[in-house]
Every structure is written in C-alpha cells, then in structure tokens.
Design a protein around this ligand. Structure first.
Ligand code: GLU
Length: 401
C-alpha cells in the first residue's frame, strides 16, 4: 500500500486550529519564563487563589481512599446534588441530579453537548463575536456554523429578527452566551425572554453558556433562559462550571444540565472518553458550591473596579473604541482606528498584526478579534492583578499614543 500524503493526521483534526486564547497565554508565559517582562491579558483566568475552604476539602479528599477510585462517569453523586441545589439557588431553575453531567471543565461540557445533539449538516446559529472554541467544536461534531455578526451599535446583542432570517429547515441549535466572552455584553431579561420564546416556537435547541453568571456589574443581571422561558426547558442545555466564579480554572470542573435522555446519551459518550472527572477536583467543587458566596462578592467587586479602570484608560487611547463591558472580565475594544499606522516600527493592517506588534514592542499579550469572528477588535482580560493591569494599560497607551 502506498501512502499519498505525508501528513498522518485525520482531515477532521487537520481542520482544527489551536485555541487562540491558549496559544497567546502559552506564548506570554513562555516569554516570562525566558525572563521577558510580559503583561498577559490573554487567557481569561482569575488572579485570585481558590478560596481556602475549597483547598481544605481537596486536601481531605486526597486522604480518602474512596477518592482514589473510579466513580460514576457522570460525576460524584454528592456533586451532582450540589449542582442541582446551586442551580435552583442561583438562577431559580429546578433541576434533578440525574439531569447533571459533571465534565472536565465547561469546555468539555460544550464539546459533549455538540457531539450529543448534532448530526452532519445540522446548522448552529452562533452570534458573533463568539468564544473561540465554539466553531471548532461545532464543526468537529459535523455541524455547520452560521455566524450572526453583532457590533457595538447593538451592544453586541443578536436580535430575534436576525435569528429568524438565518433560520432554515436544518437549524438545530442556537448558542447563547450571557454574560458574553469576549464582549462582556449582558442581555436584559426581556431580550432573553424574546430569544427563548423564538427558539421554543421554532423547535430549536439552545445551548446556553452560563459560566460568567456571577460576574455582572452595575444594573446588569444574569437571567437563565430556561427560567424565563420554561417551555424551552426540554430543549435546552445549560453549561456552567466552577472555574470563573470560584477562581478554579485549573481544577477542571464543569457541567451540563439537560433533559434526561440527552444527559444519559452524553454520559454514554463520556464513559468512553474521559470517565469521571478527577475526584479530588470534584470534592473541591462540592465545597465551593455548598459554601457561601461571600468571596465571590469580593472578587466581583475587584473585577468591577478593574473594569472601570480598563474602560477609562482604553477609552482615552486614540484609535480605540471601548464600550463599557457589563459582565465577565473582558474588554473588547475596536482597533479599526489604529489600523494602517506603524506600531513599534511595523505597519499594522489587521487586529492580528496589531496584537503581534504590541506583544513584540510593548510586551503586552492580547487576543486578536479574528479568533472571535470579529476582525478589527482585540480582547483584553482584566482578571489580573492591579499592578500588572496598570502597567499593561500604560504600555498599550504609550504604544498607541
Ligand atoms: N475561557 C477562557 C478564555 O476565553 C479560558 C481560555 C480558554 O480555554 O479559551 O480566555
């Protein structure tokens, strides 16, 4: 048998680009390890340590032989119960523990949801700017991405009219994210209700990513779509996790909540893929979810302060246009006004080139808008320490002055 290609990898995986947020993060960390003084605005990752009571629960779990064994692939029963209780407490959605699937972070919950719901050719409506991993995950499941552009003029929110014009007989799923990564947009209750009712009437599934539910500022409030539109409940997958709320990105605990037959199907897949999430991490997540939200309130107040500072500083930079984010911990300015200029001796014509030039000359790591389906923008995470944040913002301002 003769091989016609020298690349042994599958077409499916060849078509996947590495996650741009993780690429930028790895690059910034590698430069720091080489002794470069880089301010990393790349991956969205809280700078806070995980709360002490969560650490103590993990330490106890390490010493418990039950935690040294396989557990059900869908998750520790006490964690599935804690997730059900937390969901009813925080968003008002009544959930039974057997509708919960514990996954290796929110990213894994999303991947599994698309694998479970999509057949080849199914179309997925994806409001843009979107989080970088959604399109690749949808395509890996055989789905077709139908991106719906939004801009600062519509506060980065998709409208029912836009959704309706994009709907076809093949539309299976809408991805809905509020608060949004990367824009920080938060949909008001009436918009969530209108979009949810439209999806329910059209018989479209909604995968709703609620990972930033607790990080909302000012008058913005998070509302869960299946709570405001109960008739959507049996065609909705809620995705969430402990990473952003409790500063637990590295512990890798997320989950999905879906109608029983979908959760059972997703668990069949998980039973061949990853089995249970590391039990020590699951025990830590139980402590986080059963514990108080006081530390979350402190972190939120800190992000709020950093959000205002970031917005104020970026708004003063000529060529940048930065709406005030209402949630999550990202700013998403337009940099159209900077394109065509020379930055650090290089003429930049795209947000991708601008971010490369700023990393090179100003030593700040930003994620270009291209990966979010929004060329002409860049994303900056303000979930980093105050000193780093100020230093990084000074560098951006100086480089673009
Ligand atoms: N969700 C975070 C971000 O967008 C973490 C990095 C990632 O997994 O993409 O930066």
């Amino acid at each position: 048998m003769t091989l016609t290609s020298t690349d042994p990898t599958s077409r499916r995986v060849r078509a996947v680009a590495e996650s741009p947020t993780l690429v930028i993060d790895a690059k910034a960390k590698a430069l720091c390890a080489e002794g470069e003084d880089v301010v990393g605005f790349g991956a969205g990752e809280p700078d806070f340590p995980t709360p002490p009571h969560v650490i103590r629960a993990a330490q106890a779990a390490c010493a418990d032989p039950r935690m040294h064994r396989y557990t059900p692939s869908a998750g520790l029963p006490e964690l599935r119960e804690a997730i059900a209780r937390k969901t009813s407490r925080d968003s008002g959605l009544a959930v039974s523990a057997d509708e919960v699937l514990v996954t290796n972070g929110g990213k894994h919950a999303l991947f599994t949801a698309f694998q479970t719901l999509l057949d080849p050719g199914d179309e997925v409506l994806l409001p843009a700017p979107y989080w970088v991993s959604y399109p690749d995950q949808i395509r890996l499941a055989g789905g077709t991405v139908v991106a719906l552009p939004t801009g600062a003029a519509s506060s980065f929110r998709v409208s029912v009219d836009q959704l309706e014009s994009a709907r076809t007989a093949r539309t299976k799923v809408l991805v809905f994210t509020s608060p949004s990564n990367p824009t920080g947009a938060v949909y008001p209750r009436e918009d969530v209700a209108a979009i949810g009712r439209w999806a329910a009437d059209a018989g479209i599934w909604v995968v709703t990513d609620e990972i930033y539910e607790h990080l909302v500022y000012g008058d913005a409030r998070h509302v869960s779509m299946p709570v405001v539109v109960p008739e959507l409940r049996d065609r909705c997958v809620v995705v969430n996790g402990v990473a952003k709320t409790y500063a637990m990105t590295g512990w890798r605990v997320g989950w999905s909540i879906a109608p029983l037959e979908v959760t059972k199907a997703a668990n069949r897949l998980q039973s061949h893929l990853s089995s249970n999430v590391a039990n020590v991490s699951q025990a830590a997540a139980v402590a986080a979810l059963n514990g108080p939200l006081d530390e979350v309130a402190v972190m939120r107040a800190t992000y709020d302060r950093r959000r205002r500072l970031t917005h104020e500083r970026l708004s003063a930079v000529p060529g940048l246009d930065c709406p005030l984010p209402e949630g999550a911990f990202y700013a998403f300015p337009s940099c159209e006004g900077v394109l065509g200029r020379r930055i650090g001796g290089v003429r930049v014509t795209s947000s991708h080139e601008l971010c490369a030039a700023l990393l090179d000359s100003a030593k700040v790591a930003l994620v270009p808008g291209e990966g979010f389906g929004a060329p002409g923008y860049f994303r900056l995470s303000y979930a980093l320490g105050d000193d780093d944040l100020r230093r990084g913002l000074d560098r951006i301002a100086d480089a673009l002055a």
